[in-house]
Design a protein around this ligand. Structure first.
Ligand SMILES: Nc1nc2c(ncn2[C@@H]2O[C@H](COP(=O)(O)OP(=O)(O)O)[C@@H](O)[C@H]2O)c(=O)[nH]1
Ligand SMILES: [Mg+2]
Length: 197
């Protein structure tokens, strides 16, 4: 799929204030600093669509972008950022879980995982939560240019193995690098397939 337009629509603090729209939504989520904003910019082919933030946890709203006037890219707040005050943390966690569990337009969640790391409980727990809720998700292992290919492969395998102990079936997964553009074509083609299904 070629991206011909990518436009910011709105930011919503909670599910109730998400936009009325009939477009299918593809949501992106992961730990702060996993490379979510960079990946969204790569997919959109824009340098500054999602702000590549140097202050992790700063983005606490659900951000909606209309792609090709035909689908919605949804940028969800990063999880697992401990320095946010407890009240506001609970507030945005509820917004995200409400959105994921109840948003009817949601077609698929892209869970971003840092390919440099061995399996992290927070990512596994989140995938487990999605699976239990019957929320469709796929994985994107990010920053693959930052480690040797062998290490990336080992981390991916370990993650899938750890996940298989908790979740039935192996999720589809992609590898990405915003430095080389790796993954862009495959991820957009996947979105295209879901839209056409
Ligand atoms: N080398 C490399 N750096 C990346 C990649 N993706 C993100 N980064 C860097 O990782 C940091 C966090 O990225 P950002 O997109 O802001 O992460 P976010 O907090 O998940 O939105 C930034 O310094 C990015 O430049 C990647 O694929 N390769
Ligand atoms: Mg960001």
């Amino acid at each position: 799929m070629k991206i011909t337009s990518a436009n910011f629509l709105t930011s919503s603090p909670d599910l109730e204030r998400c936009p009325e729209s009939e477009l299918q939504e593809f949501a992106f989520i992961g730990r702060s600093n996993v490379g979510k904003s960079s990946l969204i910019n790569l997919l959109a082919g824009r340098k500054d669509l999602a702000k590549v933030s140097s202050t992790p946890g700063a983005t606490r709203l659900i951000n909606f972008f209309v792609m090709n006037q035909g689908w919605m890219l949804v940028d969800l707040p990063g999880y697992g950022y401990a320095k946010v005050k407890k009240d506001s943390r609970q507030q945005f966690q509820r917004a995200v879980s409400d959105y994921l569990a109840q948003r009817e337009q949601l077609s698929c969640v892209f869970v971003l995982v840092d390919s440099r790391l061995t399996p992290q409980a927070i990512d596994l727990d989140f995938c487990d939560w999605l699976a239990v809720g019957g929320i469709p998700f796929v994985l994107i292992f990010t920053k693959t240019d930052k480690s040797k290919a062998g290490k990336v492969k080992a981390n991916v395998e370990k993650f899938l193995e750890a996940l298989s102990e908790r979740v039935e079936g192996e999720p589809r997964y992609f590898m990405s690098s915003t430095k080389t553009g790796k993954g862009r074509g495959e991820i957009l083609d996947f979105v295209d397939q879901v839209l056409k299904a």
